[in-house]
Design a protein around this ligand. Structure first.
Ligand SMILES: [Zn+2]
Ligand SMILES: [Zn+2]
Length: 547
């Protein structure tokens, strides 16, 4: 039996989102994270949900031993209910991550999954792998790097991390353990590339506190609405602390915020007095300047609380000059337009909106260059693979470690669709594996490869239906075809003329004695050509032939 160490990337490299990595040795496969991706209107119109294609794991399910979770962010756990429905294996992670996962599993009605909460420095042995959970700081509590001991050597995956010396919960990145691991020798380091473009050190979560305090002081007379990620438990804690200190009651708005805060409170990750929290439907009696609303919707998500507030469609909250909205977050690339729409709408309603450009009310959860360098120095690996980034991030990350003395030949830029084979003597590309996006459209998985192409074409250029009757009338001639269009910029008159032109061609013998499918082809090409000549656009053309 082959004892090769193989690693495969099913997502999270050459893209932001849907992180998923697999390790394989002999008969054992382990999975690290199973996240979701972010649909976009441009690339995946109408798609609700994207997860990694995990066909390879389905094909080898009797060898899959466990899933290890670095932390409870959507891009690391969002796909789990789907994976676990198909392949029921034990899951290991922090209690907060597992709490969030448990809720997702219940919603998806997936039962009987074994969820195992781990503690700092705990080691789990699964088949030929031993996985140690090493505490790191990040923008959610319960975040871990994974130190994976394999028959070929140690692989260290940082997971999403930053090196925050003053984290809100007082649990910093476990630098001492990381240094020890590095000293024993690490074959391969896989490191978060999200902020590789940013110089220096990331801000500590503690510094957000000062900025929040300032904003609360400057907006004493207003109702304060703070939008943040529901999973950023430390941030939510700081906002609550600040509100209570300033004599305000706190209301949670948005389903994920209410859910995650409840889980975090039960686990002791979030601490507050129940008296300080009020129900959203009951704050009518409380004056504006005694209230702080914590809301979801930092990414401009259309159905989120903040977006609906900005358009005046959220329950009992009407935005006015008496409101101050703090966006305690930064945009996930691709979401900028949605977010600025929300900001513009809030401003139009008279609110004072404070976002990153105005004030430092957000600290990133991902390491900047100097932190990446420190991690690299501590681990001091033989080989390096940058992960969690788009291609430019990965390339820049390679340059960064080469500056630190890494041989360019020892850096491997990850590609999806292959297993790589890791040996002490080098890393090489191995067998191809299925990969890609598994998309959910409403409640149904997308299996038609042309769905998105058709949607884009219809969305951008519209469509035309030509109903063509090939039964001759009593004069031995054809009847005029019926032309129907949607989303095409033409007049009724043009459509009439187009029908006349088509009739002339038909009476000239265009589709006489030709089988249906071929006749359709001929009509489609002809109509498409005419439309392109007129519009310089390519609408979808659907001829329907009645024989
Ligand atoms: Zn994360
Ligand atoms: Zn992430």
């Amino acid at each position: 039996m082959s004892r090769k160490l193989k690693i495969g990337f099913l997502g999270g490299t050459d893209e932001i989102g849907k992180n998923m990595t697999i390790f394989e040795c002999g008969q054992d496969i382990i999975v690290i994270d199973c996240g979701m991706g972010f649909p976009s209107n441009d690339e995946t119109p109408g798609i609700d949900f994207i997860i990694p294609d995990y066909q390879y794991l389905k094909d080898n399910q009797d060898r899959v031993r466990a899933v290890f979770i670095t932390h409870g962010h959507e891009d690391h756990i969002g796909g789990l209910p789907y994976l676990l429905k198909d392949i029921n294996v034990p899951v290991y992670g922090s209690s907060l991550a597992l709490g969030i996962i448990q809720q997702k599993l219940s919603e998806a009605m997936v039962t009987g999954v074994q969820l195992n909460a781990v503690s700092d420095r705990q080691e789990i042995e699964v088949g030929r792998f031993k996985v140690e959970f090493v505490r790191v700081t990040h923008s959610t509590a319960g975040s871990y790097a994974l130190c994976i001991t394999t028959p070929k050597g140690v692989v260290f995956m940082t997971g999403d991390f930053k090196i925050d010396h003053t984290p809100t919960d007082g649990v910093p990145t476990d630098l001492a353990r990381i240094a020890e691991i590095g000293k024993k020798g690490v074959l391969l380091l896989m490191m978060d590339s999200t902020n590789v473009e940013r110089q220096g050190y990331s801000m500590s979560e503690a510094s957000v506190c000062k900025a929040l305090e300032q904003q609360f002081a400057m907006n004493k007379d207003k109702r304060i609405i703070v939008a943040t990620f529901a999973s950023n438990v430390h941030r939510v804690q700081q906002i609550i602390n600040c509100a209570v200190k300033n004599g305000r009651k706190v209301a949670f708005v948005g389903r994920s915020l209410i859910n995650i805060s409840e889980i975090a409170k039960t686990l002791g990750e979030l601490k507050y007095n129940d008296d300080d929290i009020i129900d959203i439907d009951k704050f009518g009696k409380i004056p504006h300047d005694r209230l702080c609303i914590i809301s979801t919707g930092t990414q401009g998500e259309p159905m989120s609380a903040l977006t609906r507030m900005s358009t005046g469609k959220f329950r009992n909250i009407t935005i006015s000059e008496q409101d101050c909205v703090l966006l305690s977050s930064s945009p996930i690339p691709g979401n900028e337009k949605l977010i600025y729409n929300v900001i513009n709408n809030l401003c139009k309603k008279g609110a004072n909106v404070v976002y990153r450009a105005l004030d430092e009310i957000h600290a990133s959860g991902h390491a900047f260059q100097e932190e990446l360098k420190l991690m690299f120095r501590l681990i001091n690996p033989t080989y390096f693979i940058p992960v969690h980034g788009e291609y430019r991030h990965l390339k820049l990350h390679k340059e960064l470690v080469v500056e630190l003395g890494m041989k360019p030949a020892n850096v491997f830029l990850p590609e999806q669709g292959f297993l790589i084979e890791v040996e002490k003597s080098g890393i090489k590309k191995g067998q191809a594996i299925p990969y890609g996006k598994l998309m959910l459209d409403g409640a149904v998985a997308v299996e038609n490869e042309f769905l998105l192409r058709d949607r884009k074409q219809i969305g951008e250029d519209g469509f035309l239906i030509a109903i063509v009757d090939r039964t001759p009338n009593e004069d031995g001639l054809y009847n005029k075809p019926i032309i129907i269009t949607r989303g095409i910029n033409v007049t009724e008159e043009y459509k009439e003329d187009l029908g006349e032109e088509l009739l002339l061609d038909m009476n000239g013998g265009l589709v006489d004695d030709i089988d249906g499918p071929t006749a359709k082809q001929i009509l489609r090409k002809l109509l498409a050509k005419k439309l392109f000549a007129k519009l310089k656009k390519r609408p979808m053309v659907l001829p329907i032939i009645l024989d």
